[in-house]
Design a protein around this ligand. Structure first.
Ligand code: 13P
Length: 285
């Protein structure tokens, strides 16, 4: 039995019904379990995202196998997604392992270079019915080994976005409208007018990266203007780590993995619940 789904249908449904599917970056059994269990409890579609270093750490086959346990057990749509892959080789391996959704991030290249790389991935992935997300523009911050300084960040241009989609055939587009990967230096300022213009020009579902540390109202507004997928990593990692650190402070001699992981999972559970509610993806299935 194989029930992991592509992100294509779930994002189109979200686009029609005007909510967003949360994409949570997972790293191991514990984080994957929390995301699936909470999504099930709230009847939300969910995307489990793995960056190249997560795949290197946990293994693409393990991630797919663990996600399949959840997908076979629960009747909500669960997708596993390769996040911020910069090379087609890693993507091919992930697709072979069973990933049905991939992001090819060639946003560091010039427009033509980005188009060529993304097009190659789309041609390959669509043969296996795998949905592809591309990115146009560059977000500030650090995600995995990808680091973008403020001076190098570029917002997505609405006209070019439409051309990019036509040339590549991508299924969804990650936009740069002022969010950043990781924590913000000041308060995040999102360019909603730009988002509105992008939405007017393109038909594919739009993706918001760097949604941690962004106020709920800003995220809700972005969703109301066309964002259909909201990526969250940092807001999960910090409470998980803090809860484990607190546990060790209070129990310095404990060495039972099951005991010290549990408070981390519980802390993360609350955040996952909250993010699903902000996305409005609860009760959709
Ligand atoms: P944050 O770490 O800022 O939540 O960004 C996550 C992300 O965009 C993953 O692709």
């Amino acid at each position: 039995m194989f029930k992991i789904v592509s992100t294509r249908e779930m994002l189109i449904k979200a686009q029609i019904e005007k909510y967003a599917v949360p994409a949570f970056n997972i790293h191991n059994l514990e984080t994957l379990q929390v995301v699936i269990e909470v999504a099930m409890e709230l009847r939300s579609p969910v995307i489990l995202a793995g960056t190249p270093s997560t795949i290197e750490y946990a293994g693409d086959n393990y991630i797919v196998a663990m996600a399949n346990v959840g997908a076979n057990k629960y009747d909500i749509p669960i997708a596993v997604h390769l996040d911020h892959f910069q090379e087609i080789d890693g993507i091919k391996g992930g697709i072979e392992a069973g990933f049905k959704s991939v992001m090819i991030d060639a946003s560091h290249k010039d427009f033509q270079g980005n188009v060529n790389t993304v097009k190659e991935v789309v041609e390959y992935a669509h043969r296996y019915d795998v949905a592809v997300e591309g990115e146009l523009g560059k977000l500030i911050g650090k995600e995995d080994s990808l680091i973008v300084e403020e001076k190098d960040s570029v917002y997505t241009d609405p006209e070019t976005a439409s051309e990019f989609i036509n040339l590549t055939g991508i299924d969804s587009l990650a936009v740069a409208i002022g969010t950043a990967h990781g924590l913000y230096k000041g308060s995040p300022k999102l360019d909603f007018l730009r988002l509105k213009k992008i939405k007017e020009k393109v038909r594919v579902p739009l993706v918001l990266h760097g949604a941690s540390d962004v106020g709920d109202e800003l995220v809700r507004k972005a969703i109301s203007l066309g964002i259909c997928k909201v990526n969250v990593a940092t807001d999960l990692k910090i409470p998980f780590a803090n809860a484990v650190k607190k546990y060790f402070k209070e129990n310095p001699n404990e060495n039972d993995i099951r005991k010290y992981m549990t408070p981390g999972k519980d802390a993360m559970r609350e955040v996952v619940k909250h993010k699903i509610m902000v996305c409005g993806s609860n009760g959709r299935y």
